[in-house]
Design a protein around this ligand. Structure first.
Ligand code: HEC
Length: 273
């Protein structure tokens, strides 16, 4: 399927009755589109990028990498004279559900509302944000949310503390058996409540005691940084199994050959679908 099907963001010039520009995506099932008065076009994709393009020529200006597909249509709104862009993230949609190879491979499906604002603001997950345009006069667009620590020493400390205190229940390397929550899939709300749960014992009634007697706030924040880092790298960690790879490449090359030899494609159609 990969070889035959792709996605495209197309800008249409209604006067000339032709394409003005296009941006190719490797897969179909991408997000809704928003164009703003500031000559920006926003769109999310199946693999979780949320990008802003120059409305005049499609040049990518900015992008944010989320941890799930972004399929919804974004909105722009104004509050106290500031412009915000909001978009819901989360996988699904007809294409992904019916021919969702990606969903089979990538189990991440964090449902979140992402809100971006022009200019400086509560900088979160700065490593996940790339400002592709070099022009420093361009406003940066930053995500609002919990603030993630990216210092590798703190992440390392968190890893050790996690291993000593949490791994016996939540799994080695934060990979759980899902009977007790896999902390790489924490929701934004759990991120916000983290120290209340881990130190304060907010979930003591569910079997998760508070560690206020043995861990300091600094310790808990280091563990949080380690888990945050794991969550950020989840998509790359959920690699295909060996058999899935063989199946994938078989289908891929049959499809590629099928472009040249339609009879072959028809003969193998049952295997591919
Ligand atoms: C004795 C087993 C055990 C240990 C050890 C343990 N937990 Fe938990 N944890 C639980 C249980 C049980 C839950 C609640 C499950 C539920 O929601 O039903 C939980 C829930 C949580 C949640 C909320 C998850 C969510 O998505 O709602 C966080 C965060 C958490 N634990 C962090 C930690 C951290 C950090 C440590 C180490 C400092 C730790 N836990 C150690 C058993 C444990």
């Amino acid at each position: 399927m990969d070889a035959l099907v792709y996605g495209e963001l197309v800008a249409w010039d209604p006067v000339k009755k032709q394409r003005a520009w296009q941006v190719r995506h490797d897969k179909p099932s991408n997000g809704g589109i928003l164009s703003t008065a500031g000559d920006l076009v926003f769109q999310g994709t199946w693999d979780g990028t949320f990008a802003a393009y120059d409305a005049n020529n499609g040049t990518p200006l900015w992008q944010y990498q989320s941890d799930s597909a972004i399929l919804a249509g974004p909105i722009s709104y104004e509050l106290d004279g500031e412009q915000y862009i909001a978009v819901a993230q989360g996988s699904g949609g007809t294409v992904m559900l019916t021919v969702g190879d990606e969903l089979k491979r990538n189990k991440v499906n964090q449902n979140k509302l992402l809100v971006f604002k022009r200019g400086e603001f509560n900088q979160t997950r700065s490593n996940a944000l790339t400002q592709t345009a070099q022009d420093s006069t361009l406003a940066t667009i930053l995500a609002l949310g919990h603030k993630a620590e990216t210092n590798p020493e703190i992440i390392k400390k968190g890893q050790t503390l996690y291993g000593q205190n949490c791994a016996s229940c939540h799994g080695i390397s934060a990979k759980s058996n899902h009977i007790i929550p896999d902390l790489r899939y924490m929701s934004e709300q759990t991120h916000i409540d983290f120290s209340g749960i881990v130190l304060g014992g907010a979930y003591a009634h569910k079997g998760m005691i508070g560690y206020f007697e043995t861990l300091s706030l600094e310790d808990s924040e280091a563990i949080h940084a380690f888990l945050d880092d794991k969550q950020q790298r989840l998509p790359e960690m959920l690699e295909m199994s060996f058999l899935q790879k063989i199946e994938y490449w078989f289908v891929y090359w049959t499809a590629r050959l099928g472009e040249k030899y339609p009879d072959l494609l028809n003969a193998t159609r049952d295997l591919m679908m």
